[in-house]
Design a protein around this ligand. Structure first.
Ligand code: GDP
Length: 426
C-alpha cells in the first residue's frame, strides 16, 4: 500500500504532526499538497521540538525526501529561512524538493492580504495575513508567478512587470498605498532568492511517480482540515485551497487510483479558530476545561480556540469527502477527569432530524446537536500503550465513536509524547 494521505477531519489542530511522525518510519517521501506557511506542525524528534510551517515534516528524517508539491503556495523567503533555521540545528535540508509549478507568494500578496482584511472590518476572515489567499486568487486569475519563473530572469521580469501594473493601481486607487517597483523587486528576487532556491526546484510529479513505481511508500500531508476546505468547508470561513484527500491528487499530480490509504485525524472533541458555524460549541465551564487541559490556544497567535463536543455528523461527512479508510483519535487523555462525555450523533433543524450534514449552511447555523452521553473513565490514560491498558469506559467510548463514524479507529492518542498512543489492529 504505497500511497497514504493524512488529513485533518475537523477544523485543524487535530494533531496531524504526531500521526505523521508515527508513520514516517515506513515512508520514503512526504509530500505537502496544498496551503502555504500557515500550517504549523509541532514535531518532537529525539527530544527536540521543531515547529515547521512550510517544509514537510519528512525533512527531520534522513531516509525521507521532503517534497513541496505544485498545489502549495511558496514564499521562497520563508522557505529559505526555514532551511537556515533547520540547518543551524544540524538538520540536513539538501533532500528538499519544491515543484516548479508551485505558485510564489510575493510581497504584494502579503500587503494585499493585510489591506483586504482591514477593509473587510467586522466581516474579516481572520486570515494569517501571509499572502496565501491573494496568491491562490492570482493563480486562478492566471496572473501568478511560479517557482520555475525564478529560473528564467527574462520571464520573471516580464510577468512581474505585467502583474504589478495592475496590483499597483489597486494599491494606489483603492487602498491609497504606494506600489512596488518591478525592477527593484525583480533584482532582489533574482539575485538574493533565485540562486538559493534553484537547487531545490524539481519535477516533483516525476519524482513522486518514480518513487511509487519502485514500490516505495509516499505520504501526502494535508494542511488545515476538511471543514476548512475551499469547496467543502463552511464558506467563506475556509482556507483558499483543498485540504481534503482529493487535494493530494491535484496538488501533487497523482490520480485517485494511486491513493490506497487515507488516514483521518480527529480530536476526541472539536475546536475551531475564528468565525463560522460550529454546532457543538460549548460556552460553559466544560468548554473552558477542554481549552485548559488541551492547551487549545493558537501556536502563533495565542488565540483561544473555540471548544465543542465531538461531532459525529461532521465526521461521517469527512469519511465521505475523503474516502477515509481509518481514523486516528487524538487527545483522548483530555477527558481523563470527566464524569461523562457527550457525542453529537445528529442535528435537529427546526424539528427535523439530520444524520448527515445539511447542505444549506443556514441549517448548520440553526442546528441543535442531539447528544448521547457516555460515562467517563476517571483514570489517567497517559501511561496507556496497549489496548488492555485502556479502562472499559474508554473502550466503550471509542467503540461508540467507531460505530458512529463507520470506519475503524486505528490509533488513539493518550498524551503529547511521541510514544503516547495505543494502536488497534482488527
Ligand atoms: P496539527 O495542527 O494538526 O498538525 O496539530 P499538531 O500536530 O501541531 O498538534 C497539536 C498539539 O496537540 C501538539 O502540541 C501535540 O503535542 C498535541 N497532541 C497531539 N496528540 C495528542 C494527544 O493524544 N494528547 C495530548 N494531550 N496532546 C496531543
Amino acid at each position: 500500500m504505497p500511497a497514504t494521505v493524512v488529513v485533518g477531519t475537523q477544523w485543524g489542530d487535530e494533531g496531524k504532526g504526531k500521526l505523521t511522525d508515527l508513520v514516517a518510519k515506513e515512508m520514503h517521501a512526504v509530500v505537502r499538497y496544498q496551503g502555504g506557511h500557515n500550517a504549523g506542525h509541532t514535531l518532537v524528534v529525539d527530544g527536540e521540538s521543531f515547529a515547521l510551517q512550510l517544509i514537510p515534516s519528512g525533512v527531520l528524517y534522513d531516509h525521507i525526501t521532503p517534497v513541496i508539491g505544485n498545489g502549495v503556495v511558496v514564499d521562497p523567503v520563508v522557505m529559505l529561512s526555514e532551511v537556515d533555521a533547520l540547518e543551524s540545528r544540524g538538520v540536513d535540508c539538501s533532500r528538499l524538493r519544491v515543484s516548479g509549478n508551485a505558485h510564489l507568494i510575493l510581497p504584494y500578496h502579503q500587503e494585499l492580504d493585510r489591506l483586504i482584511e482591514r477593509h473587510l472590518g467586522k466581516n474579516k476572515l481572520g486570515t494569517t495575513k501571509r499572502g496565501i489567499g491573494p496568491t491562490y486568487a492570482d493563480k486562478a486569475s492566471r496572473v501568478g508567478l511560479r517557482v520555475q519563473d525564478l529560473l528564467d530572469a527574462d520571464i520573471f521580469r516580464e510577468k512581474l512587470e505585467a502583474v504589478l501594473a495592475e496590483k499597483n493601481l489597486v494599491l494606489a486607487k483603492i487602498y491609497n498605498r504606494l506600489g512596488f517597483d518591478p525592477d527593484e523587486l525583480a533584482d532582489r528576487y533574482l539575485t538574493e532568492v533565485a540562486p538559493r532556491v534553484a537547487p531545490y526546484v524539481a519535477d516533483t510529479v516525476s519524482l513522486v511517480h518514480e518513487s511509487l513505481e519502485r514500490g516505495e511508500h509516499v505520504l501526502f500531508e494535508g494542511a488545515q482540515a476538511t471543514f476548512l476546505d475551499l469547496d467543502h468547508g463552511t464558506y467563506p470561513f475556509v482556507t483558499s485551497s483543498n485540504p481534503i484527500a482529493g487535494g493530494a491528487c491535484v496538488g501533487a499530480g497523482v490520480g485517485p487510483r494511486h491513493i490506497d490509504r487515507v488516514i483521518g485525524i480527529a480530536k476526541a472533541y472539536v475546536t475551531r479558530v475564528g468565525s463560522g458555524p460550529m454546532p457543538t460549541e460549548l460556552f460553559d465551564e466544560t468548554g473552558d476545561t477542554i481549552v485548559d487541559l488541551g492547551h487549545e490556544y493558537g501556536v502563533n497567535t495565542k488565540r483561544r480556540r473555540r471548544p465543542g463536543w465531538f461531532d459525529a455528523v461532521m465526521l461521517r461527512h469527512a469519511v465521505r469527502l475523503n474516502s477515509l479508510s481509518e481514523v486516528a483519535i487524538t487527545k483522548l487523555d483530555i477527558f481523563d477527569s470527566f464524569d461523562s462525555i457527550k457525542v453529537c450523533v445528529a442535528y435537529d433543524v427546526d424539528g427535523v432530524r439530520h444524520d448527515h450534514l445539511p447542505y444549506h449552511q443556514s441549517d448548520l447555523h440553526a442546528a441543535t446537536p442531539i447528544y448521547e452521553e457516555l460515562p467517563g473513565w476517571k483514570k489517567d490514560l497517559t501511561e496507556a500503550r496497549e489496548r488492555h491498558d485502556l479502562p472499559p469506559n474508554a473502550v466503550t467510548y471509542l467503540q461508540f465513536l467507531q460505530e458512529q463514524i463507520g470506519v475503524p479507529i486505528r490509533v488513539v492518542g493518550t498524551g503529547p509524547g511521541r510514544d503516547q498512543h495505543v494502536l488497534f489492529s482488527d
